[in-house]
Design a binder for this molecule. Structure first.
Ligand code: ZN
Length: 452
């Protein structure tokens, strides 16, 4: 047979050029041909009928944390969870004070026999050694994205066991990133000095609700730091990426700045599109940045539609529910999220007329692939690229039940809700990994993606 697999009768979603009624042929894990209807079946060993469905490039979650703050890095469970959500690639963050050589070797060894989908890493920079090592991380490990927490400066960083950096550090990091070239610096933007002061006052006043958590980190503390990030980046000509942007105020600053300097990318997360600070879920809803007001939610949807926001990613944190069931100031931050990204965008975005299918594909495939240097293989459906394919059933309604999705985590923000629009198949390099909610691909199929 000329091809291993043919995906026929679906509506193929090309993120850059739009929807097309064509068939896709796969050979040796790559896309071998894009064909007019009726040709591929007779040339392929196996045929998948995608009638009534959308055929997306494999989805990419550019922001996850493997086993964050848990003893074991859970590649098995979290890549199963990703596959359940239609994701064929995940990019995970590490935050260590030690040199990343050791961290990298350890993680690769652990992940390689366990991963069901492909994976890459972002390294967080927190020490002078990390700046000195930056070029070697690019050349030796193919890591091209580095995070810096503007909120872990000084005392706050030392409190967390890091070196405790300052603006001079950020300046030097961006300078080195720009010098190396084709490196993206991910900046957590938060003015921690303001936040700490506001929080102390609130705690002294006995404040303790989810809304209080949000009010302790008002939009100004995000927007002010976004401006500083852009100002620093422009100075060196560095490329920056602002993860989990949550407020209208910060978004408007990005809009203004892009006229002047455009190497700024923006991500938001599903929870900022669906929840406000008045959500009646107590400390389960604790995240950083916090949930905002309805006007911020509306602004983020506008930003997705008009292109101000480039990427939607989960900020997936697979902790147990028990770590959330504490007072608001003690509860852990963040939630599991990869597997519900697509259903949230389909249900709240596509079915409500806020986002087109093509725009959803851009946000989840071509944009993260380009920004994070995966676009030679991932993020589109061109001949020669990896045959990473997500088949999406726009009309499939399913109740979110965490236990069916496979994460180490045991809850979801969307638990018990019915969402319309789910992936029915996740294919990684030509191999079906998830089909109709069942994991059908082996652990160890997922590969590390160096970005040289
Ligand atoms: Zn994160």
């Amino acid at each position: 047979m000329k091809f291993d697999l043919a995906i026929v009768n679906g509506t193929v979603v090309f993120p850059e050029s739009g929807l097309s009624e064509v068939d896709i042929a796969v050979k040796d894990g790559r896309i071998a041909a894009i064909l007019q209807r009726g040709i591929a079946q007779s040339l392929a060993a196996q045929t998948l009928d995608a009638s009534g469905k959308y055929v997306f490039p494999g989805l990419i979650d550019a922001h996850i944390h493997f086993g964050f703050a848990e003893p074991v890095t859970e590649y098995t469970t979290e890549t199963i969870y990703a596959a359940q959500g239609g994701f064929s690639t995940v990019i995970g963050y590490f935050l260590n004070n030690e040199d990343y050589g050791g961290v990298f070797e350890r993680e690769i060894q652990h992940a390689t026999p366990r991963a069901h989908v492909d994976f890459a890493f972002h390294f967080s920079t927190a020490s002078e050694d990390h700046i000195r090592g930056l070029e070697s991380y690019v050349r030796k490990y193919g890591v091209r994205s580095f995070k810096y927490f503007m909120n872990f400066k000084g005392e706050e960083g030392r409190y967390l066991g890091l070196d405790g950096t300052d603006d001079g550090y950020l300046y030097a990091l961006l300078q080195e990133a720009a010098r190396i070239g084709n490196v993206t610096v991910v900046l957590h933007t938060e003015n921690i000095e303001l936040v700490n002061r506001i929080r102390r006052e609130m705690q002294a006043g006995g404040k303790s609700t989810l809304r209080d958590w949000s009010l302790s980190k008002p939009p100004f503390t995000e927007a002010e730091n976004v401006v500083r990030a852009m100002y620093f980046a422009e100075h060196h000509g560095a490329t920056i990426y602002i993860p989990h942007l949550s407020s209208r105020m910060a978004l408007d600053e990005v809009r203004r700045w892009r006229e002047r300097y455009n190497r700024i990318y923006v991500e938001t997360c599903p929870h900022y599109l669906t929840h406000t600070m008045d959500a009646d879920i107590g400390s389960i809803g604790k995240a950083n940045p916090p949930f905002r007001a309805q006007e911020d939610v509306d602004a983020l949807w506008e930003g997705l539609a008009d292109g101000t926001i480039d990427v939607v990613a989960s900020d997936h944190v697979p902790r147990k529910r028990a770590t959330k069931e504490k007072g608001i100031w003690q509860a852990s931050q963040g939630f599991p999220g990869t597997a519900t990204i697509l259903p949230v965008l389909m249900h709240e975005g596509y079915h409500r007329g806020r986002l087109s299918i093509q725009r959803i594909a851009q946000l989840l495939t071509s944009a993260p692939a380009k920004i994070f240097a995966l676009d030679s293989k991932k993020g589109d459906l061109r001949v020669g690229m990896d045959a990473d394919i997500t088949i999406v059933d726009p009309n499939l309604e399913r109740e979110v039940r965490p236990e069916e999705l496979g994460s180490y985590s045991d809850y979801s923000l969307y638990e018990g809700q019915k969402l319309k629009g789910w992936p029915s198949m996740t294919i990684v390099r030509g191999v079906p990994v998830m089909q109709d909610g069942k994991i059908v691909g082996p652990a160890g199929h997922g590969k590390y993606l160096p970005r040289y």
